[in-house]
Design a protein around this ligand. Structure first.
Ligand SMILES: Cc1cc2nc3c(=O)[nH]c(=O)nc-3n(C[C@H](O)[C@H](O)[C@H](O)COP(=O)(O)OP(=O)(O)OC[C@H]3O[C@@H](n4cnc5c(N)ncnc54)[C@H](O)[C@@H]3O)c2cc1C
Length: 241
């Protein structure tokens, strides 16, 4: 596990681009950043002019050594921090960062067993770091992503995730609106969907589930009902329902 830097570091916004109508990729230059493993997250601290501080956790879309980190932030309309990061933070502005954090919800290149990733909404961000790392080391471990999102327009990093390799691929699932000609109607993921769209227990995958709390709990329960051992399922909850 990459050990966190001591204390808070200063990150300066170096690059930004929209991911969807409500989400933005933001990349910070962070002097002293020790690098991070795929799946780790960082705490972001904002301080207003009157000294009020707010801290939120964000998964890191980038991985490996180097003094930059990329985050993917979805704007919650009534949120305190995410609207500022998506709409207001300008190039050159600074925030405080603490991390990298988390040693359990990570995928490392030396892992060889099949991997099933299951994302709900912005929960795809740590899986971007995992699929990038998987591709960069030409891993032979099978890695599949099942990405559940409301509509086709809500996909983060669609182009990147649409390029399958010999050992990695993405399957899409839509809960509110499906593209023309899509074989399944819109609706939440069911145990049947998981059975047909994810690696079966017989292949002994290590499964990572990430997204809103309700999504993670529903998917985890369905996976165990399909025969996956609880200790083969790793979860990260983003909050909300
Ligand atoms: C380990 C970890 C990693 C995370 N990674 C990401 C990430 O990569 N990208 C990202 O966009 N977010 C991520 N989050 C969520 C993030 O930390 C914030 O909770 C989110 O940005 C909302 O903060 P806010 O200040 O805008 O909203 P707040 O002011 O905190 O909350 C506003 C309202 O939204 C509800 N709410 C809070 N969080 C969520 C949520 N995640 N989904 C739905 N409703 C919510 C609250 O209950 C409240 O009613 C992560 C959370 C954790 C714990």
């Amino acid at each position: 596990m990459t050990t966190p830097a001591a204390g808070w570091l200063t990150g300066s916004l170096a690059r930004a681009h929209p991911l969807t109508a409500s989400a933005r990729s933001i990349t910070f230059t962070v002097p002293g950043w020790p690098g991070n493993d795929a799946g780790q997250h960082v705490d972001v601290r904002l301080t207003s002019s009157d000294g009020y501080q707010a801290v939120r956790s964000y998964s890191i879309a980038s991985a490996g050594p180097g003094g930059e980190i990329e985050l993917g932030i979805d704007r919650l309309p009534d949120g305190e921090v995410s609207p500022f990061l998506v709409d207001d933070l300008a190039l050159g502005d600074t925030v405080e960062l603490r991390g990298p954090l988390g040693g359990w919800f990570v995928w490392r290149p030396e892992q060889t067993q099949p991997v099933q990733l299951i994302a709900g909404g912005s929960g795809v961000v740590p899986f971007i770091a995992m699929t990038r790392t998987h591709a960069s080391v030409c891993s032979s471990a099978p890695m599949q992503l099942l990405y559940s999102l409301r509509t086709p327009n809500d996909a983060f990093f669609r182009d990147e995730l649409s390029q399958p390799s010999a050992t990695a691929r993405t399957t899409w699932h839509y809960t509110r609106t499906v593209p023309p000609g899509w074989s399944r109607s819109a609706g939440r993921l069911t145990a049947e969907d998981l059975k047909s769209k994810t690696l079966p227990p017989e292949q002994a995958p290590l499964t990572y589930v990430c997204g809103p709390t309700g999504f993670v709990e529903t998917v985890s329960r369905a996976l165990t009902s399909l025969g996956h051992a609880p200790d083969t399922i790793r979860t990260e909850r983003f909050g909300g329902t």
